[in-house]
Design a protein around this ligand. Structure first.
Ligand SMILES: O=P(O)(O)OC[C@H]1O[C@H](O[C@H]2O[C@H](CO)[C@@H](O)[C@H](O)[C@H]2O)[C@H](O)[C@@H](O)[C@@H]1O
Length: 531
């Protein structure tokens, strides 16, 4: 599925009370006009300086210097920051300095003259999809503010005929008048929220500049949307964006499907956190596809150091159980944290701190059937390139991710025959490019989750005191649906990890393991009671 569809289906900005939009590069296509003006200013200046000093002229690099030193910052701050990167120090001067004066303010004013000349010549191009989204959100009752470091923001809006879209403005003139700090400081985002009379924790912010997403994140906005106009998706995420889109049209709800879409857990974090506030959380996490991305071979699914650190922090605050289709010993070794509970083989084998232990006794009865099926499958599938027959204590996974499509039928047939030959001891289940043979004994991740909750209460590890115990289960695969179903029928929240919302028993979705990490970090960073 295309990235566009993914975002469109999952994020409902209308669930916030307000939104704050940057101008240049988000609403109007003026970031490139700014960039061109900066380039002209610095190239002229650096060239004449190099000539005067007999040095080599090294031009402004629009794709590196603009995002790093200038984009999103107030004019004089941008001049200072770029010149510092070239080890050039100039007197600050005064905002009244004429454009010809060699001061920070003089150069800033020169850039402004160049920008205005370009604007007068070329006019303002508008991102129609951004305007349509803002109009839609206004119609849905949201308050909308504009934040811009530019002193030209009002002029740009006026020229584009867009002033009516915003309930409040904060721009470069406010920064100067109120002595605010520019982006990446949080000042102007905090001011925008206060002008709208909302808390940043109930609002979202939209930015295309690295300094901008950083500023919005620092101000505590519930959701920071990065708009990637310059091929810098990863950098936007690193600087604080929760999600990144190429175009704001991706966030426009599709009237045909919006009612049936699953809400995104990061977008609705505040809503979830309020619900969790007076509960005692127990956190269940699947491994493959949830804590690690899906990769070609099982042994390559290695937990990142960041995720391990996050899990460690979560476990300091909440009870955490890893519930995996893998063998318990395997997943224990991959996660390598000793204060967690591990449930392996889809919950057939459970162990945790304080002597917690359970192995389905009846599972032993299925071992001969599994041994037999393993031998049969290995023998039949031996010649098919790419097949992996992964024997686990209480299951066999037949992986076909690396197999050419023409062999799939043969594999499926061999699996069906192995099930048939097991005389009702084994059943086939599915997963991500795997067929699994599992005992017909009625046990799955959902039943394991219930068993664990009871065991935790019995052992006193989780006290059913004044707070309700609330399980949160994160999973990405078919076998996790058993757990989601238990939560939907009882209490708790299921969070599906998937590229896009899909039919599920889960309550929310998260895009990938990185989003799971971000959600967990927010949970464990929340002060005192959640949120
Ligand atoms: O319950 P889980 O912890 O999610 O385990 C489910 C299966 O995960 C593994 O297979 C899956 O991940 C592999 C590595 O990314 C991938 O190559 C494979 O296609 C996926 O199905 C694991 O190997 C299985 O044993 C688990 O049952």
């Amino acid at each position: 599925m295309q990235k566009t569809d993914r975002a469109k289906q999952g994020f409902n900005l209308a669930c916030f009370s307000a939104g704050v939009f940057d101008l240049d590069g988000v609403v109007t296509d003026t970031a490139n006009v700014h960039c061109a003006a900066w380039e002209q200013l610095f190239d002229d200046y650096l060239r004449s300086r190099a000539q005067a000093m007999g040095e080599r002229f090294e031009p402004f690099n629009a794709s590196v210097d603009y995002p790093r030193y200038v984009d999103g910052k107030p004019r004089y701050q941008g001049v200072e920051s770029f010149l510092a990167s070239r080890s050039i120090t100039l007197a600050y001067g005064s905002p009244d300095d004429p454009p010809e004066r060699e001061t920070i303010c003089g150069l800033g004013n020169r850039k402004d003259r160049l920008f205005r000349e370009r604007l007068a010549k070329d006019g303002v191009d508008v991102f129609d999809s951004s305007v349509a989204l803002i109009q839609h959100l206004r119609d849905a009752g949201l308050k909308i503010a504009l934040v811009s470091s530019s002193k030209n923001a009002a002029a740009v809006l006026e020229t584009a005929g867009l002033s009516h879209l915003f309930d409040a403005h904060v721009d470069g003139n406010d920064i100067e008048r109120r002595k605010l700090k520019g982006k990446p400081d949080s000042d102007i985002f905090l001011l925008a929220a206060s002008l709208l009379e909302v808390s940043p924790s109930g609002a979202f912010a939209v930015e295309d500049a690295l300094s901008g997403v950083e500023a919005a994140r620092a101000a505590g906005y519930a959701l920071v949307v990065g708009v990637d106009r310059a091929d810098q998706r990863d950098a936007l995420l690193e600087h604080g964006a929760d999600i990144v889109v190429d175009d704001l049209g991706e966030l426009m709800p599709d009237s045909a499907s919006s009612e049936s879409t699953l809400p995104n857990a990061l977008v609705c974090y505040e809503e979830i956190a309020h619900y969790l506030a007076d509960k005692r959380l127990v956190i269940f996490l699947d491994y493959d596809g949830t804590l690690t991305p899906i990769v070609d071979r099982p042994e390559l699914a290695v937990l990142s150091d960041d995720m391990r650190e996050t899990l460690g922090k979560v476990a300091e605050r909440f009870t955490v159980a890893i519930v995996s289709g893998r063998d318990r010993a395997d997943v224990e070794q991959l996660v390598a944290l000793d204060n967690l509970i591990y449930a392996g083989s889809h919950g057939f084998d459970i162990a945790g701190p304080g002597g917690l232990h359970m192995q389905q006794e009846r599972a032993q009865e299925f071992l001969p059937a599994l041994d037999h099926a393993e031998a049969e499958l290995k023998q039949k599938l031996n010649d098919i390139e790419g097949v992996i027959v992964e024997r686990k204590r209480y299951a066999i996974a037949v992986h076909y991710r690396l197999v050419a499509a023409e062999h799939l039928e043969t594999i499926e047939e061999a699996v069906a025959q192995a099930v048939e030959a097991s005389a009702s001891m084994l059943r086939r289940t599915g997963g991500k490019k795997i067929f699994e043979l599992r005992p017909t004994f009625p046990w799955d991740k959902g039943k394991a989750l219930n068993w664990l909750l009871d065991a935790l209460v019995r052992s006193g590890k989780v006290e059913p005191s004044d707070k309700d115990i609330l399980p949160l289960y994160f999973g990405d695969d078919e076998t996790d649906e058993d757990a989601f179903k238990v939560l939907r029928e009882g209490q708790g929240l299921g969070l599906l990890v998937a590229e896009a919302p899909q039919p599920t028993e889960a309550h929310y979705w998260l895009e990938d393991p990185q989003a799971v990490g971000r959600f967990l970090q927010r949970l464990c960073n929340a002060d005192g009671e959640l949120p």
